[in-house]
Design a protein around this ligand. Structure first.
Ligand code: AMP
Length: 218
């Protein structure tokens, strides 16, 4: 199964992607996680990406397309994959289409996560992330068992630098301008499903499963 999760930052794509990836035994590929790993390792790519990420802007297309191309050509992706946070521009979507056409691996479904702006801001500002294993929590909706500590690996939880209020606004604007055209892009291809991303993690999981287990899904 080859799937894309599309939606504004903070709609819950990453949390649901972990669930679906494990349920369907496919790798989750998050360009945000890949870029944060490069930033943490202080690689030349990471240093360049950090300048954009700290401002809430998109990292240049050629950088993320290169990262994705390498991943999609890897052995682990030959039986399917879930893309979280890619593509984010029409140029990225075009590059992905070309890449998958060459491999004769068409996309099965693009799921568009729909949530109100008010709820998105609430989710982003309360989000806490594990810098070690990328697990995600929320101070109210999904607190860790021990305050400030990751349930999975025990590392100290942090607020992502781009989850601060001034950067949240910039990221939402970038999403509106550069990523929302992809909704119509994939609708025109007949592979878009709209997902109501409101409510609890479990409620969204159930709606998502209903979409991904419909007859005709690979
Ligand atoms: P995310 O974790 O998906 O919210 O991504 C965090 C940041 O990484 C974004 O605000 C961008 O700066 C960068 N980023 C992640 N994915 C992409 C992408 N597909 N294209 C460009 N920049 C990206």
């Amino acid at each position: 199964m080859r799937i894309i999760f599309l939606g504004a930052p903070g709609v819950g794509k990453g949390t649901q992607a972990d669930f679906i990836a494990s349920k369907f035994q496919i790798p989750k590929i998050s360009t945000g996680d890949l870029l944060r790993a490069s930033v943490a390792q202080k690689t030349p790519l990471g240093k360049k990406a950090k300048e954009y990420m700290d401002k809430g802007q998109l990292v240049p297309d050629e950088v993320v397309i290169g990262l994705i191309e390498e991943k999609l050509n890897s052995e682990e992706c030959q039986r399917g994959f879930l893309l979280d946070g890619f593509p984010r521009t029409v140029a990225q979507a075009d590059a992905l289409s070309r890449l998958l056409a060459a491999k004769q691996q068409p996309l099965d479904r693009v799921v568009h996560f729909v949530l109100s702006r008010k709820e998105i801001i609430k989710r982003l500002s309360g989000r806490r992330s594990c810098p070690s294993c990328s697990a995600v929590y929320h101070v109210e909706a999904r607190p860790p068992q021990k305050e400030g500590m990751c349930d999975m690996c025990g590392a100290m939880l942090l607020q992502r630098s781009d989850d601060r209020p001034e950067t949240i606004e910039a990221r939402l604007k970038v999403y509106e301008q550069q990523t929302t055209p992809l909704i119509e892009y994939y609708r025109a291809l007949g592979i878009l499903s709209e997902l109501d991303a409101s409510g609890s993690v479990e409620e969204v999981q159930q709606r998502l499963l209903a979409i991904l287990t419909r007859p005709g899904m690979a």
